[in-house]
Design a protein around this ligand. Structure first.
Ligand code: 5CA
Ligand code: ZN
Length: 411
């Protein structure tokens, strides 16, 4: 599919340090070491509703990684998928009485507009599952050849016992997995399965359900195998970072990692990076709970998208937090202060701020630290706590470029 227009990226006067991120599989901070372009896969939306602040926070988090790599001198190949073949989409389309392809197309278009407004660097590949059907089916067949797939009635399942490393991505115990599997799209109790944790890779056509024509007959792929196939096809083996929210640690990313391990004999990704959950009104923001704050709704009320982005940046990508409207108003004030500070032209020394911001972002994408550094610079420049410091004649322009290139904020 088509992605969205790319924002301009100003060049910075210095190169950023190598990027370290928190890897869920080891629980440690690991240095990314891209060989050739840095390769990133981020699990994208299931397009049955508009982009909410939780999605936006996750995509902004990985946009910081994309920017940190670029500022460190790497090319980046970024893939973000669209899950345009999956149960939640079909269910919503049936409920509201609209064609599922039409619903997916409409919500994907809204995502494009939201992402462009938030100045998120677009993915180089933006694949949907339907357009990737042949390669997904091909991957299912290769898993079958490897002896890792079996049939239950006319459906096909991936056998987790085929992968001796199953569980490594999440680090979860079997009991922990079993406790949530049914709530997260799994079907542990289906009779005929060899292991309750085995996951569906192909669902044969059922009367009244959407189905696609394929070499496996009419039906549709399971969710996990879609991402495995798209990532391996577009990025190759052992790409640098597999990303998404912590809601995907298990089963989604575990199953993807396991299927890839069986096929390629090597780990799916070098690091598995997960963004925290954004909540609203005391619950995880989710379509099923209906407690959503939409990016598009705020944009339609004339909220500056940069204030939305700054609100997201004030939280570390790994933390769980609650959206409140007063944070948005505070961000509007903060942007106003920063705009006044850069408008002075001369200001407090900018190069130490550039170095410190790039180093904060290279250390597990610490945007809140970066925001605090810019605040301190703005205070010194405006003289909020004493005399205004205007010792650096180019400070305003330098900080403006820094905010744009490293944090995606245009003042
Ligand atoms: N299509 C699948 C991934 S293949 C999916 O999870 N879609 S989604 O629309 O539910 O979520 C899209 C992305 O936003 C995923 O990376 C997901 O982990 C993340 N996400 C969903 N809800 C939240 C939330 N409340 N806070 C933070 N991130 C979230
Ligand atoms: Zn995915």
């Amino acid at each position: 599919m088509r992605a969205w227009p790319a924002p301009d990226l100003p060049a910075l006067p210095v190169q950023a340090p190598p990027v370290r991120v928190h890897d869920s599989s080891t629980g440690r901070l690991v240095e990314t070491r891209p060989q050739g372009p840095a390769r990133l896969y981020v699990c994208g939306i299931t397009p049955y509703d508009a982009t909410h602040m939780g999605h936006a926070a996750t995509f902004v988090g990985f946009d910081l990684l994309n920017r940190a790599w670029r500022n460190a001198g790497h090319d980046v190949v970024y893939v973000q998928n669209v899950t345009d073949v999956d149960d939640p989409l079909f269910e919503r389309a049936a409920k509201v009485g609209i064609d599922w392809r039409e619903l997916a197309a409409r919500e994907t278009e809204l995502l494009r507009q939201d992402m462009a407004a938030l100045r998120i660097i677009p993915p180089d590949h933006f694949p949907g599952a339907e357009e990737s059907l042949d390669l997904i089916v091909d991957l299912i067949r290769r898993l079958e050849d490897a002896g890792a797939v079996y049939a239950v009635d006319d459906d096909l399942y991936f056998s987790v016992s085929a992968d001796p490393t199953f569980g490594d991505e999440s680090g979860w115990t079997r009991d922990e997995m079993l406790a949530v599997y049914a709530d997260r799209g799994g079907d542990p109790d289906r009779p005929g399965k060899k292991d309750p944790l085995d996951c569906l890779v192909w669902r044969a056509e059922r009367p009244g359900e959407p189905a696609l024509d394929s070499a496996l007959g009419r039906g549709r792929p399971g969710w996990h195998v879609e991402c495995t196939a798209m990532a391996l096809d577009l990025l190759g083996e052992r790409f640098d970072v597999q990303g998404g929210g912590t809601d995907l640690v298990f089963p989604h990313h575990e199953m993807c990692a396991s299927e890839a391990q069986v096929l390629t004999g090597t780990p799916f990704a070098q690091a598995y990076v997960h963004a925290g959950m954004v909540g609203y009104d005391g619950e995880k923001m989710s379509k099923s709970k209906g407690n959503l704050v939409f990016v598009s709704a705020l944009r339609n009320s004339d909220v500056d998208p940069m204030a939305i982005r700054l609100t997201l940046l004030r939280h570390h990508y790994r933390s769980d937090w609650e959206w409140t409207d007063d944070q948005l108003w505070a961000s509007l004030d903060q942007l106003d202060t920063w705009r006044r500070a850069v408008a002075v032209g001369a200001g407090a020394a900018a190069m130490p701020v550039v170095d410190a911001v790039l180093s904060a972002l290279a250390t597990d994408l610490d945007a809140p630290a970066a925001v605090a550094l810019v605040d301190a610079w703005a205070d010194a420049t405006l003289g909020s706590s004493g005399l205004a410091d205007t010792s650096d004649p180019h400070a305003g322009a330098t900080v403006r470029s820094l905010l744009d290139a490293a944090l995606g904020l245009v003042l």
